[in-house]
Design a protein around this ligand. Structure first.
Ligand code: GDP
Ligand code: IMO
Ligand code: MG
Length: 431
């Protein structure tokens, strides 16, 4: 029995979905604790591809219950679409299988309108958000004017909140951005109909987890985004509006910090980033294009081309510290096959000085260049490897060097997108 958190150590899209799906075999409940449908988590099961934006990646196991915690911002329409999408593929999702926290905040149409209007007004200095209304929804949460899932069950409260919010949001949208105002009646009608469909899923996630832990159940917490997109610890302001770090599993699900046993950091064998912001080891050359193509690095949410570069261990080491990681899961090692040499970024150089850490000052970070260690590549197909010893010597050396520089042992190595294409060195639930 253990409680395990899975988080991204880079800028998202590390392969969290695949690892969460695998580890779900050992858990009774899977909980999303932050972010929203800016996330796109991909699973490939028997060649069939599933992409989840809000529903936890453990949903395909028949006896596993999935929960969306209070820390998540939920677009009700996207959640219902996701439920219907699964039904179309023969997977029925009932309130027995999925629960939504009564305290989760809802993304409203004005959040999306503000997100999109702001980004287009910013022009070249835009963050490159997913346009899903994530930032504006978290802003309203902190401003104490947000609409929560529980409000869907109390219609007078819902009406009043929508009315008050629209007054402010329409003023902002029309006067600052020249957008069309949103209409109260149609918005309310839309949310009233959504409330009928979603109300049966609304539960007290924190209380449920407390009871489950009392019965010695194992819980898996599924992070979204990555540590360097964290609002506090990431490359601010080119970040998302929540805390993807492991500590937030507690706040975003309503459990105490002492209940967590293991923190698994997912490390893609190279680095990618979607949207704007500094990226020290970015490759704007043939090798970058090669990684993008072979790794099929297109956003699972927006379809945007992901920027690619060598593995930046300064970034991963920083993540090991702020998350307290005790397991590494390395993904997409197969994508590096055929590249020789392979560079590993182990430090930065900034105005003649060597840096071991990511500087907070954005201008300094933009001026950093990577200090590379050259590793020898391998040519053999590794997608069939199921034990560490079955990897070519140079691939083994690459993994061992990552462990050494980051200071955290590798427990899982992923060599393909399917469930079976995995080397398990240690199970994080066996703590
Ligand atoms: P997430 O957001 O962290 O869940 O990651 P995404 O799903 O956005 O992106 C990871 C992509 O890599 C998905 O298309 C996965 O199917 C794929 N993937 C995961 N692990 C591996 C792997 O070991 N090798 C290869 N080739 N693809 C992988
Ligand atoms: P998963 O869970 C990669 C990025 C956006 C943008 C920034 C802010 O699949 O790893 P937002 O819409 O959150 O305000 O955008 O964050 N971003 C992601 N990049 N993977 C994600 O999620 C992301 N979620 C947000 O591209 O740069
Ligand atoms: Mg993704």
């Amino acid at each position: 029995m253990a409680n395990v958190v899975v988080i991204g150590t880079q800028w998202g899209d590390e392969g969290k979905g695949k690892v969460v799906d695998l580890l779900s075999a050992h858990a009774n409940r899977i909980v999303r604790f932050q972010g929203g449908n800016n996330a796109g988590h991909t699973l490939v099961i028997n060649g069939e591809r599933f992409v989840f934006h809000l529903i936890p990646s453990g949903i395909l196991y028949p006896d596993t219950r999935c929960l969306i915690g209070n820390g998540v911002v939920v677009d009700p329409e996207v959640l219902l679409e996701e439920i219907k999408g699964l039904l179309d593929r023969g997977i029925a999702i009932s309130p027995k299988k999925l629960g939504l926290s009564e305290r989760a905040h809802l993304i409203m149409p004005y959040h999306k309108a503000i997100d999109i209007a702001r980004e287009s007004a910013k022009g070249r200095s835009k963050i490159g958000t997913t346009g899903r209304g994530i930032g504006p929804c978290y802003e309203d949460k902190v401003a104490r004017v947000g609409i929560r899932a529980i409000d869907l069950t109390e219609l007078d409260v819902l009406k009043e909140k929508i009315r008050a919010n629209l007054r402010e949001k329409n003023f902002y949208l029309t006067n600052l951005f020249g957008c069309e105002p949103l209409e109260y009646k149609s918005l309310l009608d839309r949310y009233l109909s959504l409330s009928h469909e979603l109300s049966p899923f609304i539960v007290d996630v924190s209380a449920e987890l407390h009871e489950a832990m009392g019965r010695n159940e194992s819980i898996l917490f599924e992070g979204a985004q990555g540590t360097h997109l964290d609002i506090d610890h990431g490359t601010y302001p080119f970040v998302t509006s929540s805390n993807p770090v492991a500590a937030n599993a507690c706040i975003g699900a309503g459990i105490g910090p002492k209940t967590l046993d293991s923190i698994v950091g997912i490390v893609k064998a190279y680095t990618t980033r979607v949207g704007s912001g500094p990226f020290v080891s970015e490759l704007i050359d043939e090798t970058g294009n090669y990684l993008q193509e072979i790794g099929q690095e297109f956003g699972a949410t927006t379809g945007r081309r992901r920027r690619c570069g060598w593995l930046d261990l300064v970034v991963v080491r920083y993540s090991a510290r702020v998350n307290g990681m005790n397991h590494l899961a390395i993904t997409k090692l197969d994508v590096l096959t055929g590249l020789d040499p392979i560079d590993l970024c182990i430090a930065y150089e900034c105005q003649g000085k060597r840096l071991e850490n990511v500087p907070a000052k954005l201008s300094a970070l933009y001026n950093c260049s990577p200090v590379y260690e050259e590793m020898e590549g391998w040519k053999e197909d590794i997608s069939g490897a199921r034990a560490f010893e079955e990897l070519p010597k140079n691939a083994q050396a690459y993994v061992r060097r990552i462990e050494e520089v980051v200071g955290v042992p590798v427990s899982i190595i992923s060599v393909g997108s399917g469930r079976k294409e995995t080397i398990f060195c240690k199970n994080p639930f066996d703590e």
